[in-house]
Ligand binder design. Structure first.
Ligand SMILES: NC(=O)C1=CN([C@@H]2O[C@H](COP(=O)(O)OP(=O)(O)OC[C@H]3O[C@@H](n4cnc5c(N)ncnc54)[C@H](O)[C@@H]3O)[C@@H](O)[C@H]2O)C=CC1
Ligand SMILES: O=C(O)C(=O)Cc1ccc(O)cc1
Length: 361
């Protein structure tokens, strides 16, 4: 299908739940000139989202073209049913699990209303919650699952795809149950692994934690997320998550045996499977993963220094794929990791050094 076949998203768009995801979608639509109306049980979040330019509070006589339900998972079913009965709009939700809300809605509304509902799920977010964490750039280049059920109206599916494209994301159409098995593996299990590792840090001695580098931060970032949100996500997808946890339990037993018996080949096999897993993750924009290398540069902790580094990389003609900054606890310097295509690393290092930057090889 080409973009030309998609119905135009003309609005108004109603966003129910003006938190991280809802406000981010509202910001995108508002900036495109689409009228956005907001609903939230929290007056404060509504005010904050309005203050950020995300839209105005909904009024009883609003007639939205599309309702986006972005409330916590346990409230998603109720909010979809409410939106279908209040409006004649196409209704989507952005909840992290898709089969349970569909089944709930299918059991509570008639066929004409059900046909207007199409679930979806942006694979973008953050460990932070609430409208202040929102960004119109959140979905740029990210996958966004669209999960039509067999009774969904094709024009409703296309309108949800149009929203995804307007948000700068890539729509991936899949069945709700397949989606739930996929996110158990690529989102819910990684989240739990991060939580288990981070849980070992909470009571660790300060002198151990002082050695923390980028590795432990990479592995544990998402463990800072809202526990209530994740309790609801995991409960809604418990079957698929439990299947994977059982596999991981067996892996953990094998790992412990390999470590305990000093069995080098067994340990190498387990570690090599990890290499294969990271290589299997698609690259940016869904393409194949391209080999990258990290270039480390010491950046003085002064205003404008990062901009100067990025400017120099741009002048050298090298695209930065990713960036991390680690702060030197003893000095006013940030160790900046620039992730670039593998072949660009040496030319970048040489050119930065010739411009006076201190690099770490
Ligand atoms: N946090 C993330 O990174 C991602 C979250 N999601 C899904 O998006 C949904 C929203 O998550 P976040 O934006 O992170 O949460 P959030 O906590 O930032 O926002 C939720 C908002 O919904 C409001 N709310 C709660 N119950 C409501 C109700 N019954 N009616 C109206 N408003 C209500 C809250 O006051 C809050 O403003 C969840 O279903 C989550 O599974 C999807 C992708 C990523
Ligand atoms: O912060 C991150 O990297 C995330 O992966 C956030 C996230 C949380 C929940 C989702 O359903 C989807 C994405």
């Amino acid at each position: 299908m080409t973009d030309d076949d998609l119905p135009a998203l003309t609005g108004p768009v109603e966003v129910v739940g003006a938190g991280l995801i809802g406000t981010s979608i509202a910001l995108v639509c508002s900036r495109l000139g689409i009228e956005v109306v907001l609903r939230d049980t929290s007056e404060e979040n509504l005010r904050t989202a309005h203050g950020l330019g995300a839209g105005r509070a909904a009024a009883p006589d609003d007639r939205p073209q599309l309702v986006v339900v972005a409330v916590p998972p346990a409230s998603v079913g109720d909010a979809i049913v409410d939106a279908l009965s209040r409006t004649g709009a196409v209704v989507t939700d952005v909840g992290s699990v898709k089969a349970a809300p569909f089944e709930e809605v299918a059991g509570r509304v008639g066929p004409d209303d059900l046909a207007r509902y199409v679930g979806s799920h942006p694979m973008a977010g953050s460990e932070r919650s609430g409208p202040l964490a929102a960004s119109a750039a959140l979905f740029d280049g990210r996958p966004w699952a669209v999960t039509p059920h067999p009774y969904a109206r094709p024009d409703a599916v296309r309108l949800v795809e149009a929203l995804v494209l307007e948000c700068g994301a890539a729509p991936l159409v899949m069945e709700p149950a397949e989606h739930d098995r996929a996110v158990a593996r690529i989102s819910h299990l990684p989240h739990l692994a991060a939580v288990l590792v981070a849980g070992r840090l909470a009571a660790a001695p300060a002198e151990h934690l002082a050695l923390s580098g980028q590795g432990v931060r990479d592995v544990t970032r998402v463990a800072a997320s809202d526990p209530e949100l994740w309790q609801q996500i995991l409960e809604a997808n418990s079957e698929a998550v439990l299947d994977l946890l059982a596999e991981v339990r067996a892996d953990l037993d094998a790992l412990m045996s390999a470590v305990a018996s000093d069995s080098g080949p067994d340990l190498v096999e387990i570690l090599t499977r990890g290499n294969a897993g990271t290589a299997a993750i698609p690259g940016k924009h869904g393409g194949p993963a391209r080999p990258t290398r990290s270039v480390f540069v010491a950046v003085p902790d002064h205003p404008g220094e990062l901009a100067r580094l990025f400017g120099d990389a741009g002048e050298i003609g090298i695209n930065i794929e990713d960036v991390h900054i680690d702060h030197d606890p003893g000095r006013p310097v940030g160790l900046t990791e620039l992730v670039v295509e593998r072949g660009s690393a040496e030319p970048l290092l040489a050119a930065l050094e010739s411009r006076g930057w201190t690099t770490h090889r």
